[in-house]
Design a protein around this ligand. Structure first.
Ligand code: KG4
Ligand code: ZN
Length: 334
């Protein structure tokens, strides 16, 4: 099917045309970062308003880039949650309008399922069963995925998500927003990561995570340094913090794969675009004879191609959703 995917759960207005859940015909992402930057994080009302301003042109661009019109589209998939309700409503509303006018099937997609489906866009088939780490600004969760739609939660963060920790550490180091990319770039320039920040829950016997203690350790370290906080020191704080997060994510995920007897690991979500994390996963999983599938960086961060891909599968299993469908601010995958 030729599906139009729409994603407006946070601060990216995105639309994509995806064929058969695999072939990306277009993938347009309009970032609002510029508007939120000065506030140091996403301001929900601004996010909704910016989605409203740009959603029509983003969809028009996606259709144009795919060289199709609405008459060619065979189904609409839209992010239904979890996310900012005001933002979700913009995408859901336009998805309903198009589905109504064109008499098209409509499905609401769980944003996390979308992230997982990003992996399928670059593979011949889903590498299930797999242990999947969804690591983004709002989530850090490990799932045992038997098949599309069959998710068992193995563990999740008890406090901050990993991406949130990147954002908060970048803020306390005055590096700006969003934090993940800035910290990664700084860490590349200052590869010395010898500050022994804690690795919370690394050796406990659950698959849960905790990042707020690590963030607080960085805060205390910075406070202790006071005036001595030079550019070089900030660089090694960034590198050491990133190393701690990477070590926790990689070790716990590999342990979960071994414990559950699966050969494949999937990484999904914005933090999975981090090159140090990707490299460590590839190296350490190979050493344990496990396969790791990580979408291209552009498909890790929020986009609508992943929603279009999930839509293809969801439409086959759930058919069309009623027009009364509503936004879900919370929506656990399992
Ligand atoms: O999946 P995503 O685009 O949106 C959510 O669903 O949350 O993830 C955004 C998160 C942000 O916290 C951002 O700082 C983080 O992903 N992120 C990164 C990198 N790029 C984005 N974290 C570490 N390294 C990166 N290169
Ligand atoms: Zn996301």
């Amino acid at each position: 099917m030729l599906i139009l995917g729409i994603e407006t759960s946070c601060d990216e207005t995105a639309a994509a045309v995806v064929y058969n859940g695999k072939k990306i015909r277009s993938n347009i992402v309009s970032s609002q970062v510029h508007f939120h930057k000065k506030y140091g994080g996403v301001v929900p009302e601004i996010a909704s308003r910016k989605h409203l301003e740009s959603i029509v042109s983003v969809i028009a661009d996606a259709l144009q880039q795919a060289a199709v019109t609405l008459a060619d589209i065979e189904g609409i998939a839209v992010t239904q949650g979890p996310g900012l309700v005001g933002s979700l409503l913009v995408g859901i509303n336009i998805a309903k309008a198009i589905a109504y006018c064109r008499k098209l099937p409509l499905v609401g997609i769980n944003h996390l399922e979308g992230h997982i489906c990003a992996a399928a866009l670059e593979l011949d088939s889903f590498p299930f069963p797999s242990v999947t780490l969804v690591v983004s600004g709002g989530h850090t969760s490990l799932y045992l995925v038997q098949d599309f739609g069959q998710y068992r939660l193995l563990g999740k963060t008890q406090d901050d998500a990993a991406g949130e920790a990147f954002d908060k550490v970048a803020k306390l180091l005055n590096l700006g927003y969003p934090g993940g990319v800035v910290i990664e770039k700084l860490a590349q320039k200052h590869p010395v990561s010898d500050i022994p920040f804690p690795r919370p829950l690394l050796h406990d016997d659950t698959f849960d995570f905790s990042f707020s203690g690590l963030k607080t350790a960085v805060l205390y370290y910075v406070r202790r340094l006071g005036e001595k906080l030079t550019e070089d020191v900030i660089g090694s704080i960034a590198a050491s913090f990133q190393e701690a997060v990477v070590e926790i994510l990689v070790e716990k995920t590999i342990k979960a794969a071994i414990k559950n007897g699966v050969q494949s690991i999937i990484l999904a979500g914005g933090v999975a675009s981090n090159s140090r994390l990707r490299q460590c996963f590839y190296d350490q999983a190979a050493a344990k004879k496990l396969s790791v599938y990580i979408p291209s960086p552009i498909l890790c961060t929020d986009n609508a191609a992943m929603i279009g891909a999930a839509g293809e599968h969801r439409m086959k299993t759930a058919g069309t959703f009623p027009f009364a469908m509503n936004a879900l601010s919370r929506w656990p995958l399992a």
